[in-house]
Design a protein around this ligand. Structure first.
Ligand code: 5GP
Length: 190
C-alpha cells in the first residue's frame, strides 16, 4: 500500500508523538477514490474467508466499512457510541478512548448481530486496541465469530495487535499501513 504511505507522509500530521491526523483524506474530509482502493485491498486480504457481515464502530470506521461491504457484497453494521432510547434489545460494553480520554458505552442492536454471524471488523486506526476489543466483546455476547480485523493505519508502538491476539490468538489482523513510531512527531513506517 505504497499509495497510502505516500499520502500519510504528504498529508499526515502528528500530535504529542502519539496521534496521527489524516483529516484531509480519512477522518474529516474523505477521498472516496483513495478509500475505495483501500477497501479493495482489505477485501482482497480476506477473500475466500467465510464472512457474512462487516462490523465497524462509528464514526470514522463507517466510510471504509461501507466500501468494503460494497465490494464484498455484504451488509455493514456499525456499533454506536451512545445508548439510543429507540433500540429495544441491545448488547453493550464499555470502551476507553485514549484520543478523547474518556470511556463510552458501545452499543449494537441484537437484531443485527447473531450467533450465526461470521464477522470482518473494519476500522480506521488500531492504537491500544480498546475499540477492537470492545467490538470483540459484543460479538462474544452475541455468539458471533470474529473472522478477521482490518485497519487502515496501525500504530504498532501502542500495542493493540498484541492485546487483540491475547484475546483471540487465531484471528487474522490486517493493517494497510503500520507506523512503528511517531518520535519527534516524525512518522516512521514499519
Ligand atoms: P484504540 O481503541 O485502538 O486505542 O483506538 C482506535 C480508535 O481511536 C479508532 O477508532 C480511531 O478512531 C481512534 N484513534 C486512535 N488513534 C488515532 C490516531 O492516531 N488518529 C486518529 N485520527 N484516530 C485515532
Amino acid at each position: 500500500m505504497e499509495i497510502l504511505k505516500q499520502l500519510i507522509r504528504e498529508k499526515g500530521k502528528c500530535f504529542d508523538e502519539r496521534i496521527l491526523k489524516v483529516d484531509s483524506f480519512i477522518n474529516h474530509q474523505i477521498d472516496p477514490q483513495v478509500m475505495y482502493q483501500l477497501a479493495e485491498e482489505i477485501a482482497r486480504r480476506f477473500a475466500g474467508k467465510d464472512i457474512n457481515k462487516i462490523l465497524t464502530i462509528e464514526a470514522s470506521g463507517i466510510a471504509p466499512a461501507v466500501f468494503v461491504g460494497h465490494i464484498m457484497q455484504l451488509p455493514v453494521v456499525f456499533v454506536k457510541k451512545s445508548m439510543p432510547s429507540t433500540i429495544e434489545h441491545t448488547l453493550h460494553t464499555t470502551v476507553h478512548s485514549f484520543t478523547k480520554d474518556r470511556s463510552y458505552t458501545a452499543v449494537v442492536s441484537k437484531e443485527f448481530l447473531h450467533d450465526t454471524d461470521h464477522i470482518l471488523f473494519v476500522d480506521d486506526f488500531l492504537a491500544y486496541g480498546d475499540a477492537a476489543i470492545g467490538v470483540m466483546d459484543l460479538c462474544c455476547q452475541a455468539g458471533a465469530t470474529m473472522e478477521g480485523m482490518s485497519f487502515i493505519i496501525e500504530k504498532e508502538f501502542q500495542g493493540g495487535r498484541q492485546r487483540i491476539l491475547e484475546a483471540i490468538p487465531s484471528v487474522q489482523i490486517e493493517s494497510l499501513a503500520i507506523v512503528k513510531g511517531l518520535a519527534n512527531n516524525i512518522i516512521e513506517f514499519k
